[in-house]
Write a protein that binds this ligand. Structure first.
Ligand code: EPU
Length: 423
């Protein structure tokens, strides 16, 4: 397994990076192709492990997938094996997104339950209850969800008791082909959902309420293959901007949508950084600033994203004084704390709230990444730790950050990948 070797940066990060397409948007859009017979196209697709995993899921179903230059073509004409196996779903929960489109188009499918993840159980009850509200019969047997319906799914109303990105994706995909009108109340409004709505509309879906918590879908009998572009990855952008703050440097992220990270930019401003916003770029300047500790709570969009909780925690550990982070989305998403502590950070966890006693000097050590965003947090801390930090299990990071080492190099940091045979 590859590792990262991170020496402390001799100087603060300084430079510009281009942000890739959003992993979590592509993961929702790729299964949308299953709703139509033919070749769908998606552009601005990042080269990431998760895209390969979703391609493998679609291939097992019978799709042909090819791509180049950040474009993907998904040919669904051979889709006839209506199953997503445990071997793939367990490695990437978003594989579960094929459930909605498969039952909607083919009237039956069998998809493995995803199981737990590094920071807790992560239930899928809302996906299933929502599909039942659209007339699907759900049967769980031998670790698999079997979904069936007689004829087409039937339009229905589903109220999400809590905001869920994944369940909104699954239901939206399913409702496009249901008979009659479906209403999704308290739906997620993350930018990735809007991206999916736009893509589905390109396929002929009838959806009203884009960007609001009530989505109204008039089901159609059939859809045509889609074509559309993925939005920029707001979490990747936020991670590199955290890099500016933790090293007291200056980073400009380009080819992105500033509006998608307003809550994050407000945090950087509150800390005491200069934030400059352009039409498709943002620059955060933390040079020669006296930075302050803060309190942050993760919330559904447009609140501060849970996916930046770990990178922000690493960042706040560099700022003198006590900061607080409460994660209200995933109460147990704190496996990075033990590893940050190995580098010398002082962090106490009480329930879902971490107190970060910032300003302690860090020392390089061997640490282990427990998930995608935790990996990014460890790299950021490694940049300011004295000596070398080695981060193992970076296959987690490879799931969500394209060309990470090259982008870090553009900012002046040396993050080296050590392959096992060279280690
Ligand atoms: N939840 C339920 N029941 C469900 C579904 C969700 O109780 O059926 C709960 C979850 O346990 C959680 C909350 O609802 O407490 C929100 O979870 P959500 O469904 O929104 O998360 P998700 O769809 O599984 C996506 C992203 C995650 C991101 C979360 C929150 C994708 C592929 N994944 O997950 O991204 O953390 O939304 O924004 O879009 C990442 O990129 O590192 C990542 C983990």
């Amino acid at each position: 397994m590859d590792k990262f070797l991170v020496p402390a940066v001799p100087k603060p990060l300084d430079g510009e990076v281009e942000i890739a397409g959003a992993k979590n948007a592509v993961l929702a859009i790729m299964p949308a192709a299953l709703l139509a017979d033919g070749i769908s196209e998606i552009s601005n697709v990042p080269h990431l492990k998760d895209m390969k995993t979703m391609s493998d899921v679609l291939r097992i179903i019978g799709c042909r997938i090819d791509g180049e230059n950040h474009k993907l073509r998904i040919d669904t004409r051979g889709a006839n094996h209506l199953e997503a196996p445990y071997e793939l779903v367990k490695t990437m929960r978003a594989s579960f997104y094929v459930l909605g489109p498969l039952v909607a188009r083919f009237g039956r499918c069998r998809v493995s339950l995803p199981g737990g993840c590094a920071w807790g159980p992560r239930p899928i009850d809302l996906h299933l209850k929502g599909l039942e509200a659209l007339g699907a019969k759900i049967n769980i047997t031998h670790g698999y969800v079997e979904a069936t319906c007689e004829g087409r799914l039937k339009g229905g109303t589903f109220h999400f008791p809590i905001s869920s990105v994944g369940a909104t994706v699954n239901l939206l995909l399913a409702a496009t082909l249901a008979e009659g009108e479906s209403i999704l109340q308290n739906a997620a409004i993350e930018p990735e959902i809007d991206n999916l709505v736009d893509y589905l509309i390109s396929m002929g879906a009838k959806i009203q309420g884009r960007g609001t918590r009530t989505l109204i879908i008039q089901g159609v009998e059939s859809l045509t293959p889609g074509k559309g572009e993925t939005i920029a990855d707001r979490i990747e952008a936020g991670t590199f901007l955290c890099g500016a703050v933790i090293t007291r440097g200056r980073v400009k992220v380009t080819h992105m949508v500033p509006e998608h990270i307003m809550s994050v930019l407000n945090v950087f401003k509150e800390i005491g950084c200069d934030v400059t916003i352009g039409d498709s770029w943002v620059e955060v300047d933390a040079r020669n600033k006296s930075l302050k500790p803060i309190s942050v709570t993760t919330l559904p969009y447009p609140g501060f994203p849970t996916d930046l909780q770990a990178p922000l925690m690493a960042t706040l550990a560099s700022i003198e004084g006590n900061s607080l982070i409460q994660d209200t989305i995933y109460h147990d998403r704190f496996t990075h704390i033990a590893e940050l502590k190995r580098l010398g950070a002082d962090i106490q966890l009480n329930g879902n709230t971490a107190t970060i006693i910032g300003g302690k000097s860090l020392e390089g050590a061997d640490v282990m990444a427990s998930d995608l965003r935790a990996s990014a947090a460890l790299v950021l801390s490694g940049l300011i730790a004295e000596g070398e930090t080695t981060i193992s299990r970076i296959y987690h990071l490879d799931r969500g950050y394209e060309d990470f080492e090259a982008k870090m190099a553009k900012l002046g940091a040396t993050v080296s990948r050590i392959r096992p045979e060279l280690a």
